[in-house]
Design a binder for this molecule. Sequence first.
Ligand SMILES: Nc1ncnc2c1ncn2[C@@H]1O[C@H](COP(=O)(O)OP(=O)(O)OP(=O)(O)O)[C@@H](O)[C@H]1O
Length: 273
Amino acid sequence: MLEIKNVSKIFDNRIKGTKSGVRNVSLKIMPGDIYGFVGDNGAGKSTLIKAVFGEYRKDEGEILLDGVDVKKNLGLKRIAFFPDQSIYPKGINVQEYCMLDAKIAGVKRALAKERFRTLLEKFGLSNYRHKSFKDLSAGMQKKMLLIITLVSKPDYIFLDEPTANLDVKARLEFMEVIKFLAKKGVGILITSHIIDELQENINKLSIIDNGNQVYNADFDKTAEKIIDIYEKHSTKVKVDTDKMVDKINVNSKHHDEKVNNQKKDKKAQKNKK
Ligand SMILES: Nc1ncnc2c1ncn2[C@@H]1O[C@H](COP(=O)(O)OP(=O)(O)OP(=O)(O)O)[C@@H](O)[C@H]1O
């Protein structure tokens, strides 16, 4: 289990007098979980992920892998971060990029090559082994990156907005790969603004709102809707449509009464004449 326990990372903007980041976030990711981590832009999702991978030094809390601090026993090597496709050089040959990534993860070149070949076959990308990223469509790039991430056989994968910019078909295909991994026992944390695709695939849900974790529970796609949970717990100003309709009805009732009264007055005046 990968446990994120009461983690906080606060950015203190003394000039503006504001504080941002994340406060007191806790998640328990089990092998095979697909954990949806949902929040608006600027809610704090990336900050938490960066705190897990040590890119930001957390202010409070613990990150434990099977009960041990993730920084010990090369724990971080068991967790992969799925990078956004914009952060790597597009001109690089995909196999070479994979070998580099595997080397950093401590996987021997021959083994990495073998795993890469098997995964490419599995996901129908064998013909692209010697291409560079720029030769691949956006969907293929994402799939290729995921395959490269898998070569180091992580136990947990964090994906930050992995399907942004993908068309519907590519998104569905990508989510199929995610489901395949979860079935194999990989624990997955996924952030996405596309609530529909999470709805069908996650089994745990956490909502982060303005740096605060406002919801964290198991998720049952047959009984619950992410959007309902989100609307209930988000502090974002909501448009209360029921109240608006009531107001419009009341206003139109007043308007009708006013018009009717005016008509009655006119009629009465005519009759007087
Ligand atoms: N290095 C930093 N220095 C100062 N403030 C930061 C830094 N990184 C993030 N923040 C602030 O922390 C808050 C959370 O940002 P974060 O990027 O984690 O949000 P997010 O939920 O990932 O948003 P998005 O969906 O847009 O990626 C924001 O107010 C952001 O401006």
